[in-house]
Design a protein around this ligand. Sequence first.
Ligand code: CA
Length: 243
Amino acid sequence: MTEHNQPSAGALGSSLILVVEDEPTIATNVARRLAAEGARTEVVFNGLDAVDRAARIHPDLVVLDVMLPGIDGLEVCRRIQADRPVPVLMLTARDDETDKLVGLGVGADDYMTKPFSMRELVARINALLRRVERAKALSVDTARLPPMVVGDVTIDRAQRRVKRGGREVHLTPTEFDLLSYLASAPRTVLTREKLLEHVWDWVDASGTRTVDSHIKAVRRKLGSDLIRTVHGVGYAFEPTDGE
Ligand code: CA
């Protein structure tokens, strides 16, 4: 345990959480637990209701099951993110499903595989909400910062935009934070634990898969040469001058 995992640091108390889950027992248990932490919750049981409800209530975070009747969690995630950016914690049935989803660039910020403990769910939601708060606070500080230029990659921290070789690349908020942190220390190997702690504000061995999955997504969007894998250790940003 580190200070990052303390439930008392929770941001849940003032938040509105949309729970999207077609299994009534899980939906009810999640909503009850979040309510016990002080959050306001709304529950929907299918994908179309999720998109409608999210557009109407503007939740602070969405807990989103992947396998849903009607439109699935992937499509729900795309549609609600197209409307406005909102943190999404996706619930998957298996670990390899998480890899697949991140590979597809679905845009969820974190993933949990069923079955999961309510305690871990609460900790991860709190970490995500804290990250949003921190990003808001940071945006005041970063508003006047010049873009960071590393090789042929330009990272505009004020506008949270990324270009490689002059071409703009759309990253999710998590992918942006991950890339920014790696690029802030070029050619330096950062461990997966370090990345997890800094970007996700969450330290647990089970989270390193989330790091790997998001690295894959960044590589897919920006090019596989930009981030070097140091097997058994972590990742390093390797600037290049392009073609
Ligand atoms: Ca389901």
